[in-house]
Design a protein around this ligand. Structure first.
Ligand code: SAM
Length: 331
C-alpha cells in the first residue's frame, strides 16, 4: 500500500497561481466553446468539469493494460492526480472492482473544497433538460458531462458498455431520496421563465455505500510537488487528466485564460515529467487525458519531447491519432 503524505498547505515551486485557495477550479472550459451570452446562466449551475466514466475508451485501455501487461502483479497502485471531486477516482474503482487484484487508488487535487467533497462521497448527476435545439447546442460543448444515463432514463437505448457501467454504479452508490439541490430564487425563476429557450439541469444525488467507502483515498496535493505525495517508483498508473493546462495558463482579465511565457512553461513541464518518471514503477503508465490544451503546452510540444527524453513511449492515441493520451515508462 502506498504511504501517501497528506499535504495540508501545498506551496508551489515558483508557481504563479493561487488556485489552491479557490473552492473549485472547475466548470468553465465548455463555455469557451459556446455563445456565452446565451449559455452563461446554465454554465453557472455547473459545479465541476468532470464526470463519471469520462473518456471511457482511455479508461478501458488502462483496465486492459492492468489485466494484461501487469497481470503478474498481485497489487496495483493508482494515483489520480487532479482528481477534482472524485468522480474520476471512483470511476477507476468501479471499473477495476472485479479484476481479481488488490487495487489501491488515491486521488489528489490542489483544491481544498474539491477534496473535502470527494471524502464525503456524495455525488451529483445532472441531466440537461429543456428545448431540444438549445440542449443539442449546449451538449456540443460538454462532452465531459455525459454521465446522466447512469441515473436517468434515456430516450435512446444504452449500449453494452453503458449498461455495464450503470450496473457497477449501483453496486457502489445509493440514491439520496428526495434530494433538493440548493438553488437561489433567481436561478429557479430563470428556469421557470426561460425553460422554453434555455437548457437547465435536473439533478440526482448519490452516496457511496459504506462497504465501498474505503475503495478510494483522497488527499490534498499539488502536481508540482508530486515527489512529496508519491514514493519513488511506486505507482503503476498515474493520471493527470485534463489538468496540465492549468500549469501553463493563468486566469487573466474577465476570467479569460492567459498563456504563461515559455520561459516559465518549459522548466515547469521538465520538472513535472521528471517527477512523473520518478513516481512510476517500471512499465507504469502516465495518462494525460484528451483536453487538447494538455497536449499543446507549448508550440514545441515540450511535453512529448520531455517524455521521450525520459524513455517513455506512447501506447494509446486519440481516435484521429493526433494526441498521445497514454505513455508507458520503458525499463
Ligand atoms: C478539469 S478538472 C479535471 C478533473 C479530472 N481529472 C477529470 O478529467 O475529470 C482539473 C482539475 O485540476 C486541478 N488542478 C489544477 N492545478 C493543479 C495542481 N497544480 N495540482 C493538483 N491539482 C490541480 C483542479 O483543481 C481541477 O480539479
Amino acid at each position: 500500500m502506498i504511504n501517501i503524505t497528506n499535504i495540508n498547505t501545498p506551496q508551489s515551486k515558483n508557481y504563479p497561481h493561487t488556485i489552491q485557495n479557490q473552492p473549485h477550479f472547475c466548470g468553465i472550459a465548455p463555455a469557451e466553446k459556446l455563445a456565452k451570452d446565451v449559455y452563461v446562466g446554465v454554465r453557472d449551475t455547473l459545479i465541476q468539469e468532470t464526470a463519471f466514466f469520462r473518456e471511457p475508451e482511455m479508461l478501458e485501455f488502462v483496465k486492459e493494460y492492468i489485466t494484461t501487461r501487469l497481470k503478474n502483479k498481485p497489487e496495483i497502485n493508482i494515483i489520480d492526480g487532479a482528481c477534482s471531486k472524485g468522480y474520476e477516482t471512483y470511476t477507476l474503482a468501479m471499473m477495476l472492482d472485479k479484476i481479481g487484484k488488490k487495487v489501491n487508488i488515491t486521488g489528489f487535487d490542489i483544491g481544498n473544497q474539491a477534496i473535502t467533497e470527494a471524502k464525503k462521497g456524495v455525488f451529483l448527476i445532472k441531466k440537461l433538460c429543456g428545448n431540444e435545439d438549445t440542449i443539442e447546442a449546449y451538449r456540443l460543448g460538454m462532452d465531459a458531462y455525459n454521465d446522466d444515463y447512469l441515473a436517468f432514463s434515456n430516450t435512446s437505448p444504452l449500449n453494452l458498455k453503458q449498461q455495464e457501467y450503470r450496473k457497477v454504479f449501483y453496486d457502489f452508490f445509493t440514491e439520496i431520496q428526495n434530494y433538493k439541490e440548493k438553488r437561489s430564487l433567481f436561478e429557479r425563476m430563470r428556469e421557470i421563465l426561460f425553460s422554453k429557450f434555455t437548457p437547465y439541469f435536473k439533478t440526482k444525488a448519490f452516496k457511496i455505500k459504506p462497504e465501498k467507502a474505503d475503495t478510494c483515498k483522497f488527499v490534498q496535493g499539488n502536481i508540482l510537488k508530486l515527489d512529496e505525495i508519491v514514493p519513488a517508483h511506486s505507482a503503476d498508473v498515474l493520471l493527470f487528466r485534463n489538468a496540465l493546462y492549468h500549469l501553463t495558463t493563468q486566469e487573466g482579465p474577465l476570467g479569460f485564460k492567459v498563456q504563461l511565457p515559455e520561459a516559465y512553461i518549459i522548466p515547469t513541464v521538465e520538472d513535472v515529467v521528471k517527477q512523473v518518471d520518478q513516481a512510476l514503477a517500471p512499465k507504469g503508465i502516465f495518462v494525460i487525458g484528451d483536453h487538447p490544451s494538455d497536449h499543446t503546452l507549448t508550440a514545441g510540444k515540450t511535453l512529448y519531447s520531455e517524455l521521450e527524453k525520459h524513455n517513455f513511449s506512447p501506447v494509446f492515441k486519440n481516435s484521429d491519432g493526433s494526441m498521445s493520451l497514454i505513455w508507458m515508462k520503458n525499463g
